[in-house]
Design a protein around this ligand. Structure first.
Ligand code: PMP
Length: 389
């Protein structure tokens, strides 16, 4: 067996696609210690700085003091605490939906909804760039999955038109795509869903706390909250904790509670994660200036990099994609940045299409203008050295 692993790892290595763990000895602040060295961090999902906020830490500690470090059972056995239900009702209030149901991660929420809602005879229409957890949900479901070209509404319409049968149809899309930071063309998706009698599910992992009024997400950003059947989110990015959720109708919540295997067979979310998440959601709504600062920082970085001649995907979210091309070049750029004390990972196939390896920069509300200017000057310097600009 080990020989086989060795051979396969060798192939990955030759393609420049080996994945390695990095060791952090501090939390995701804008400056971190990684592998024993200080770095400016431009790759965290701690968008609003809440994962390291003292108020969330305090609430998490209080949760542990009262309930312990683990829930001790699944929600349907012995792990359903009052704070789980409070969190769900606070998420529903925040997202302005009838109900919400919490999972142990966003990954499990996507897998749970798709695999339980979509059955044999049904059809899922999934954007080509959807997150791996959506893809895995589709694989687990007995429904047929039809992948449409990324954000291509002509292709989606063609595929909806060509799909016959009485089964249920579900269009699934990331709200904000995790690699390029672009926003799904939701108004057109809603129009097509109405025309072809399809339901809509959005994965708002990167939009929750970032887009829309009070950070309510992609549907709110477009004024289309009422049109979405399932919104999946994570508690682990802007909210600063851990866990996932689905905001939906009360009846759909009850259906998921009875059918989603990744809900039924998993130990309930730990008290510390729940209490941190509740505080995060409250801060997001009470301190809109954090979100404004985040979007301002993203806009500044995008503009400055564009002015310097880099190819930056257009957008307004905190995920900024700087396209390099080859895997080896992207890795080299990232390594040179590390030598300069800046951590920005290179993203390579199979995560992104071949030939579009990139630096995936993420901005935080807590980055200072000095830190932003510092990273811009380092990227410019290396870009010139490598003949990219
Ligand atoms: N969806 C998207 C778009 C994501 O980026 C992620 C996290 N990388 C997830 C879902 C999964 O969320 P979680 O980390 O809470 O499992």
């Amino acid at each position: 067996m080990n020989d086989r692993f060795r051979r396969e790892l060798q192939v990955i290595e030759e393609q420049g696609l080996t994945r390695k763990l990095r060791l952090f000895s501090t939390g995701n602040e804008s400056e971190v210690v990684m592998n024993g060295k200080k770095f400016l961090l431009f790759s965290s999902n701690n968008y609003l700085g809440l994962a390291t906020d003292s108020r969330l830490k305090k609430k998490a500690t209080e949760g542990i003091s009262k309930y312990g470090t683990g829930a001790g059972g699944s929600r349907l056995t012995t792990g359903n605490f009052d704070i789980h239900e409070q969190l769900e009702s606070e998420i529903a209030d925040f997202k302005k939906t009838e109900a919400a149901i919490v999972f142990s991660s966003g990954y499990l929420a996507n897998v749970g909804v798709i695999s339980s809602v979509m059955k044999a005879g049904d059809t899922i229409f999934s954007d080509a760039w959807n997150h791996a957890s959506i893809i895995d949900g589709c694989r687990l479901s007995k429904a047929k999955t039809i992948v449409y070209e990324h954000a291509d509404m002509v292709d989606l319409e063609r595929k909806l038109r060509q799909s016959h049968g009485d089964g249920m149809k579900l269009i699934v899309t990331d709200g904000v795509f995790s690699m390029d930071g672009d926003i799904a063309p939701l108004p057109k998706i809603v129009e097509l869903a109405k025309e072809y009698k399809a339901y809509i599910m959005i994965d708002d992992a990167h939009a929750t706390g970032v887009l829309g009024n009070d950070g309510r997400g992609t549907a709110d950003y477009f004024g289309l909250k009422e049109e979405i059947d399932f919104t999946v989110g994570t508690l682990s990015k802007a909210i600063g904790a851990e866990g996932g959720f689905v905001s939906t109708s009360s009846i759909a919540k009850n259906y998921l509670l009875n059918n989603a295997r990744s809900f039924i067979f998993q130990t309930a979310l730990s008290p510390s994660a729940i209490e941190a998440a509740r505080e995060g959601i409250s801060i997001i709504q009470n301190e809109p200036e954090r979100r404004k600062q985040l979007l301002k920082n993203a806009q500044y970085l995008r503009l400055k990099l564009e002015e310097s001649g880099f190819v930056i995907k257009e957008g307004e979210t905190p995920i900024i994609s700087l396209i390099i091309g080859g895997s080896h070049e992207a890795m080299q750029f990232s390594a040179k940045l590390m030598d300069e004390g800046v951590f920005i990972p290179a993203i390579r196939p199979p995560t992104v299409p071949k030939g579009s390896s990139r630096l995936r920069i993420t901005v935080m509300a807590t980055h200072t203008i000095e830190q932003l200017d510092m990273v811009i000057s380092k990227i410019k310097k290396i870009g010139k050295e490598m003949g990219i600009v």
